[in-house]
Design a protein around this ligand. Structure first.
Ligand code: CO
Length: 158
C-alpha cells in the first residue's frame, strides 16, 4: 500500500464532476486501500477519489474506526429531515464550518467486489457520506457552509 498526495482546495480537480467507475478489479481495490491508508494517516473519517487526484466516483469512509465503507458509484435515493453539523475536510486543512445536511439518507452503491448494495445512514455516517458524495460532484463544504472557522465547533457533530 502507499500514501497518496491529498489535493488541496484551489486544485481544479476538486471542482470536477467525476466519472463513473467502470472496472472493479484488483488494481482498483488496491487504489481503494491506498485511499484508506491515506485517510487513516491524516486522521480523516472519509476521503473521495478526486482528493487524491483521480476524478472517478469512489470514496472510502470509516467514522467509528470499525466499519469501513468503500462506496463505488454511490447515489442518494432518499433524504429525510435536515440537520446542521460541524465539518472539516482533508482538502481544506484547519478550516471548519457548519453545514446543513439531510438527517437521514438512503444510498445505493457498488461494493469493492462489484455487488449492488443499499445503505441507510444518519448521524456522523450520514453526514460523512453526503460530504464525500459532494466531492464526486466537485463541491467542497467550504462552498456551502454557513460559517467558516479555524477551530472545530465542539458543540457541533464532527
Ligand atoms: Co472533504
Amino acid at each position: 500500500m502507499a500514501l497518496l498526495e491529498i489535493k488541496k482546495a484551489g486544485d481544479p480537480i476538486l471542482k470536477e464532476i467525476c466519472k463513473p467507475v467502470e472496472k472493479i478489479d484488483k488494481r482498483f481495490r488496491n487504489f481503494l486501500d491506498d485511499m484508506a491508508e491515506t485517510m487513516y494517516a491524516s486522521d480523516g473519517v472519509g476521503i473521495a477519489a478526486p482528493q487524491v487526484g483521480v476524478a472517478i466516483r469512489a470514496c472510502v469512509i470509516n467514522v467509528d474506526k470499525k466499519t469501513r465503507y468503500d462506496l463505488i458509484n454511490p447515489v442518494i435515493t432518499k433524504r429525510e429531515g435536515t440537520v446542521i453539523g460541524n465539518e472539516g475536510c482533508l482538502s481544506c486543512p484547519n478550516l471548519f464550518g457548519d453545514v446543513e445536511r439531510a438527517e437521514k439518507i438512503r444510498i445505493e452503491y457498488t461494493s469493492r467486489f462489484g455487488k449492488k448494495k443499499i445503505l441507510e445512514a444518519d448521524g456522523l455516517l450520514g453526514r460523512c457520506i453526503q460530504h464525500e458524495l459532494d466531492h464526486l460532484d466537485g463541491k467542497l463544504f467550504i462552498d456551502i457552509a454557513k460559517n467558516i472557522t479555524k477551530e472545530r465547533n465542539k458543540e457541533g457533530e464532527q
